[in-house]
Design a protein around this ligand. Sequence first.
Ligand SMILES: Nc1ncnc2c1ncn2[C@@H]1O[C@H](COP(=O)(O)OP(=O)(O)OP(=O)(O)O)[C@@H](O)[C@H]1O
Length: 262
Amino acid sequence: MSTEAAAGQFGPPVIRVENLVTRVGGRVLHDGLDLELRRGEVVGVVGGSGTGKSVLLRTIIGLNRHVGGRIEVLGQDVGRLNERELRQLQTRWGVLFQDGALFSAQTVAQNIQVPMREHTDLAPALMDELAAVKLAMAGLPADAAMKFPSELSGGMRKRAGLARALALDPEILFLDEPTAGLDPISAAQFDTLVRDLQKSLNLTVFMVTHDIDTLRATTDRIAVLVDKKIKVGTFDTLVHDPHPWIQQYFSGVRGRAALAAS
Ligand SMILES: Nc1ncnc2c1ncn2[C@@H]1O[C@H](COP(=O)(O)OP(=O)(O)OP(=O)(O)O)[C@@H](O)[C@H]1O
């Protein structure tokens, strides 16, 4: 499928990044970067280590200031929002950070309720019920609610982080390396979960990943971060891109295996 056809089957843009320039630690990481995500699509962001994928995610959600360009999320210019407006907008997306970022001294249920406590004044009993629903959505057993993160496997911790990301019924899900550190079976199960949730909730998903199998299994389009910019394509189009890093990534042994499997 062409990139245009892949984008064309989705709704209006929910994330629009135009001519983005970011500088971190005195270094320009993104320089004239453009990216658009439409409602209901899953876009995977790949690129070499240290190219600024996580920084891009953090910049889009307003945790890093950009020095140039414009970021629009759900129709709002992220760079122009005051703290209160940004907090309001943050209730419309969920984030699964790379390390899960669960609070170790809180149970899984309490972790899932963090965004609810921060952004709503729901009664505790209702928050307990909602946490149970989110746990089930993330494919965790009910008894995981009272466990602490240290009592869970890596895959279960990812699911708990996902349950927390779903706490406020988000429109957009930001996932940073969701399958990193998982064995191949758990990673494949997580891929299926993300795809199922996307479909049932019509989520738009922005996913940073290194995992070529995850890209193949879950994404509609792929955004490659090279030379401080984004090149967007699909598996089928990017395999023909002459850029050396893209060639190496998609036409290497793993890329060929993933393509053959799709
Ligand atoms: N707060 C910060 N202060 C200074 N430098 C930073 C900061 N955050 C990130 N960096 C640097 O910016 C660069 C990009 O980091 P980022 O985490 O976005 O890379 P990445 O593409 O996600 O890499 P990886 O695939 O290895 O996770 C790295 O060199 C990193 O050390």
